[in-house]
Design a protein around this ligand. Structure first.
Ligand code: PGA
Length: 241
């Protein structure tokens, strides 16, 4: 089954300047719809000005962070604790995005620690999973995803899971309908029905509507196409049904 609520999340990565982030909110003129949860994930240093911009403009867009420390507090130079993110007004946090998995050598053990911190701080994790092209070619999609999902198996609380095939991220090569539906149906069988399942990987203004209609797709995690307000607006409208 697919939840009737849709989730449209914009992962701004390291793509916005403070001026362009502010410009995004200035240009945002879409009404909020109760059936759509909308969130953007700015860089850590932009979270506070983004929160102020959202409050000033009375916009119903949730904030999320792109990562979280494995630790609760203390001598961890350069790290950001979940409680700090909560203080800045975050509701969500990406955990295990493939770019973090690769650059920070994240493992199921370190990701579990991040999930504990998210839970402690009251943040909803958006747990990202996905196979590389080589793993897909080797017929290992389900085994790779099953292994990645072991990190969340002990957590019962609120979750969002985003399936983002690594080969589709930032490449313009969106996964095909049958590829998305077969993975999402596999994930739906493994995960409880109330976990929203998002697809990510080269979602854009042209393909969003079709992807959002697919079986077991509850939303999209959008990178490149989420930084321009006019593009992101079209993607949000595609979720309006
Ligand atoms: P993309 O990124 O939409 O630019 O492919 C998606 C993501 O990394 O979350």
């Amino acid at each position: 089954m697919t939840n009737s609520r849709k989730y449209i999340f914009g992962n701004w990565k390291m793509a916005q300047t403070l001026a362009s982030a502010n410009g995004f909110f200035k240009a945002w003129n879409l009404e909020a719809r109760p059936e759509v949860t909308l969130a953007v994930f700015p860089s850590f240093v932009h979270l506070w000005p983004c929160r102020l911009a959202l409050e000033t403009r009375k916009l119903h867009i949730d904030l999320g962070a792109q990562d979280i420390s494995t630790e609760i507090q203390g001598a961890f130079t350069g790290e950001i604790a979940g409680t700090m993110l909560k203080e800045l007004g975050c509701s969500f946090v990406l955990v295990g995005h493939s770019e973090r998995r690769k650059r920070a050598h994240e493992t199921n053990e370190s990701l579990k620690k991040k999930l504990i911190q998210a839970e402690y701080a009251g943040l909803t994790p958006v747990f990202c999973i996905g196979e590389t092209e080589a793993e897909r070619d080797a017929g290992q999609v389900e085994s790779v995803l099953s292994e990645q999902l072991k990190a969340i198996s002990e957590f019962k609380k609120l979750f969002v899971v985003a399936y983002e095939p690594v080969w589709a991220i930032g490449t313009g090569r969106t996964a095909q309908k049958d590829e998305i539906e077969s993975v999402h149906s596999f994930l739906r069988k493994k995960l409880s029905v109330d976990i929203p399942l998002l697809y990510g990987g080269s979602v854009n203004t042209k393909n969003a509507r079709d992807i959002l209609k697919m079986a077991n797709v509850d939303g999209v995690l959008v990178g490149g196409a989420s930084v321009k307000p006019e593009d992101f607006k079209l993607i949000v409208e595609a979720a309006w049904g």
